[in-house]
Ligand binder design. Structure first.
Ligand code: HSE
Length: 396
């Protein structure tokens, strides 16, 4: 019998217990022994199927030598950080879905895990149930990764899809995403692009091998997006999606989160509802795309339990899941060039002097058009001068 503990019994923690119970036969066949949840750390006791396993005392996990793996689904940094460090110090493997903790403290926790000869794995922290971190670091290990971008937040993708397809209001669509267990405890992190930003940092850390500090990464969500622009884009053959993007540059690396127009024939344009997609550009593979459910109880739990099984099965540590603390070489994404979408008051003649060739998407009392590639800094200056109502990047 292999015994583990779960810390936090929210959506993901509950899912982990369920996956272990529902798939016990498959898991036992692969591990050679049954997997059992021995303890569940909670802040408040509540009735339910796991009542007998609950404790509010972390030392009951820390000091129990029978517990070999701890699944951290508390979320946030404070308690999760402290208990993760103590569990690793106690020689236990730790598996997590906590993207904030990995993005902010992952480098330090990985180093501690190495010193204690245990593993710290976090496949569930990016893309929910989509296997992406393992393929990125393992199956694509022979590549230089030049770029990673994707739809990394299920809640905002769900909101955008519901608003466009069914005419739901932003508030109603968000409430539905919360009911389905997709949203963060504080959905501001979803809506303002912060959750996608943390995931972008983790992808960049692993892809480029250097710490990308979330504080340096501009994160723009969907709260300032107008439905009008979504509709103009659709009529012009584009979809608007919230993308996190990390790019290797000759002089370093850059990363940001922002809504983008995507051409409707691009595979990412039709990623809808809670689905996420991650595109990885390897110098040998070319584009590789990962697609699946990016949030929700069971998909996210699937990734956590698979990590639990991996740490129990591998004899060697996963040294490729690693990056250097050195954060030098981060380039302001305002230096990156993209085509841009503008919606401005008045006619194009006002803007004509500012731009060369443009592709007009809509004309009337306002004009919407796409520019040739310009830097983010140039786009910002044009937006201010033209009093633009909207200024968005175009992918590609
Ligand atoms: N709130 C997150 C999302 C959960 O909507 O994608 C999964 O990380």
């Amino acid at each position: 019998m292999i015994q583990i503990a779960i810390m936090g019994l929210g959506t993901v923690g509950t899912g982990v217990a369920k996956v272990i119970a529902e798939n016990s036969r498959q898991i036992e066949r692969k591990l050679g022994e049954p997997l059992q949840v021995k303890r569940v750390l909670v802040r408040r006791f509540k009735d339910g199927p796991y009542r007998q396993l609950m404790t509010d005392d972390f030392t009951k996990i820390e000091e129990d030598d029978d517990i070999r793996v701890v699944v951290e689904t508390i979320g946030g940094v404070d308690a999760a950080y402290e208990y993760t460090k103590r569990a690793l110090m106690a020689g236990k493997h730790v598996v997590t879905a906590n993207k904030q903790l990995v993005a902010e403290k992952g480098c330090e926790l990985l180093a501690l895990a190495r010193r204690k000869n245990v593993s710290y794995l976090f496949e569930a922290s990016v893309g929910g149930g989509i296997p992406v971190l393992h393929p990125l670091t393992q199956c694509m290990a022979a590549n230089r990764i030049d770029e990673v971008y994707g739809i990394l937040n299920g809640t905002t993708n769900y909101i955008l899809t519901r608003m466009v397809r069914t005419g739901a209001s932003f508030a109603d669509a968000l409430a539905e995403a919360q009911e389905k267990g997709y949203a963060e405890a504080d959905p501001t992190a979803d809506v303002e692009g912060i959750d996608a930003g943390r995931k972008t940092c983790i992808l960049a850390d692993l892809a480029f091998g250097h710490q990308v500090d979330p504080d340096n990464v501009p994160m723009e969500g969907i709260s300032k997006l107008y439905l009008e622009d979504v509709k103009i884009a659709e009529r012009g053959g584009y979809r608007i999606k919230l993308l996190g993007r990390a790019v290797r540059l000759p002089n370093g690396r850059s990363a940001y989160v922002a809504p983008h127009l995507i051409q409707e024939d691009h595979p990412m344009a039709n990623v809808e509802d809670v689905f996420n997609a991650v595109m990885v550009k390897g110098n040998a593979t070319g584009d590789v795309m990962f697609y699946g459910r990016g949030a929700g109880e069971m998909p996210t739990a699937s990734a956590c339990v698979s990590d639990v099984m991996e740490v129990l099965q591998s004899s060697a540590r996963r040294d490729e899941i690693n990056w250097s603390e050195d954060g030098e070489g981060f380039v302001d994404p305002a230096e990156l060039k993209n085509r841009y979408y503008f919606r401005i008051p008045g006619s194009l003649t006002i803007a004509a002097a500012d731009f060369g060739e443009v592709e007009v998407l809509s004309e009337g009392s306002e004009t919407a058009f796409l520019t040739e590639p310009i830097t983010g800094r140039e786009a910002q200056a044009h937006a201010e001068r033209l009093r633009a109502i909207a200024c968005l990047r175009v992918l590609g």
